[in-house]
Write a protein that binds this ligand. Structure first.
Ligand SMILES: [Zn+2]
Length: 466
């Protein structure tokens, strides 16, 4: 399953702020627009998330952050980017996964981001930004005030207006310079930390170096500020030179990726391409003449999405023959059947996928969806049990609550149905619908019962501003 959904979390504002201040120097008013934004669209997929967890776990342990419950969140964006924004999540665009040809390249980027987390750069950047923002506000007010004062003199004396313009630009360039040098120091620190974590875990820094060098080369040709990764990670030549000196000291420079891990990496890239890219692009990357397992995975997904279900099932069954215990092949079979309007037939492969994946919550939600979609009332109680178990471990998935609401409604339990719908709306960031549904749920529950309390929590919840 590769799902597109908006996260309940708010768009990481920090990068937007840094970008706005350090590069665009846009007026203060635009900050409010950034802050009013909803969460970024996020991709959810068990196979991809499991791979990224396996990439980050040793790095986080080396950084002493294994207890911090740091998550990697995949953003629905084809452009290469990776960044940290809130101290407990690493954001990775799917474009960064697609463009990383080896596990080591992506692990290097993740190690660098972990370096930012370990260095506490965000907290420090917040202070720096608060300071810079205040300065910017003052500078802008001063500048505008001076220009206005100049204008009221009838425009005969442009000297004052020019002075105002100077007041407007000079402090901003000072701020820009301060922030840029601060950011540069942080980048070099994160590079050093990243290489250290890679060495501690016996991994090569080559992937990190190659990726950053690629961006440094591109930055020579690209228009300034056009690339989001370069905006959040400036790559001046000195930084690349320093990194080059550093990586030379690694005893693991020549170490290659484990072939089994490379295959998992290639499978995930094939899946992302097949789910996210245009059909023609998928077949250009993976021509029919390519009979590798990743290519056949891409073909099967592309066929179920753009072609006919019967052919897709044949292709998926051929994959299952190669790897009978790969949970994601069974998951794909179930998803194809479910979306092909055959929920009853989707149940068996999804049960198998749940079992083989050790009850992965997102796959359980897909099974719950199939059980609810069958119109067979005998499945309703099981669907509720499975969905509740999945939501206990995956608390921020609106899809699970939506399916739970449908299951409760089928049972005739409208209080719990309203509550689950309210929870889904709340997680999608639709606070008004969430409040309306939760208010209705409150009238259906007895006052003070657990359901009533949960509904009341949503009714009284303040829209989060962070
Ligand atoms: Zn960085």
């Amino acid at each position: 399953m590769l799902l597109r959904m908006a996260t309940g979390a708010r768009l990481p504002k920090l990068i937007a702020l840094v970008t706005a201040i350090a590069f665009a120097l846009v007026p203060v008013a635009s900050f409010a627009q950034e802050q009013a934004g909803k969460g970024p669209p996020v991709l959810r997929d068990t196979e991809t998330e499991q791979l990224l967890r396996d990439y980050t776990r040793p790095i986080l342990r080396a950084a002493g952050l294994e207890k911090q419950n740091i998550q990697v969140v995949i953003i629905n964006d084809s452009v290469f980017n990776a960044f940290v924004a809130d101290g407990h999540r690493i954001f990775v665009n799917y474009g960064a996964i697609l463009q990383s040809q080896t596990p080591n390249q992506l692990i290097g980027v993740l190690a660098h981001e972990t370096g930012h987390l370990a260095g506490g750069h965000l907290a420090k950047m917040h202070q720096q930004l608060a300071n810079a923002q205040t300065q910017l506000v003052i500078a802008t007010l001063l500048g505008v005030g001076a220009i206005a004062a100049g204008a009221t003199r009838g425009g005969s004396d442009n000297g004052l207006a020019n002075a105002g313009a100077a007041a407007l630009s000079a402090p901003q360039s000072v701020i820009q310079h301060t922030l840029l040098s601060y950011q540069r120091a942080q980048e070099e620190q994160a590079d050093r930390a990243g290489v250290k974590f890679l060495t501690m875990t016996g991994q090569s820094p080559k992937g990190m170096y190659d990726t950053f060098k690629r961006f440094a080369n591109e930055s020579l040709f690209a228009a300034e500020g056009s690339d989001p990764y370069l905006q959040s990670h400036p790559m001046p030549q000195e930084r690349v030179d320093a990194l080059q000196q550093l990586v030379k000291t690694s005893p693991y420079w020549d170490k290659k990726d484990d072939p089994a891990l490379q295959l998992r990496h290639d499978m995930v890239r094939a899946k992302i391409s097949a789910f996210m890219e245009r059909e023609s692009t998928v077949y250009r990357r993976y021509p029919m003449s390519d009979t590798s397992l990743p290519a056949r995975y891409a073909h099967a997904i592309a066929t179920y999405r753009h072609g006919d279900l019967h052919t897709a099932l044949t292709q998926i069954d051929a994959l299952i023959q190669v790897q009978p215990n790969n949970p994601y092949f069974h998951e794909l079979r179930g998803q194809a059947l479910l979306e092909g309007g055959k929920p009853a037939e989707a149940i068996a492969p999804l049960r198998k996928a749940v079992q083989l994946s050790n009850n992965a919550p997102l796959i359980e939600m897909l099974l719950g969806q199939a059980l609810v979609a069958t119109d067979n009332g005998a499945y309703t109680a099981e669907a509720i049990t499975i969905l509740k178990a999945a939501l206990a471990r995956e608390t921020e998935a609106p899809l699970g609550y939506t399916q739970l609401a449908m299951a409760y409604a089928k049972k005739g339990d409208y209080a719990d149905a309203d509550l689950a719908s309210a929870q889904a709306a709340y997680l999608r960031g639709d606070n008004k619908t969430a409040r309306d549904l939760a208010s209705r749920a409150k009238t259906r529950f007895a006052v003070g019962t657990p359901g009533w309390v949960k509904a009341d929590d949503i009714v009284t919840a303040k829209p989060s501003s962070h």
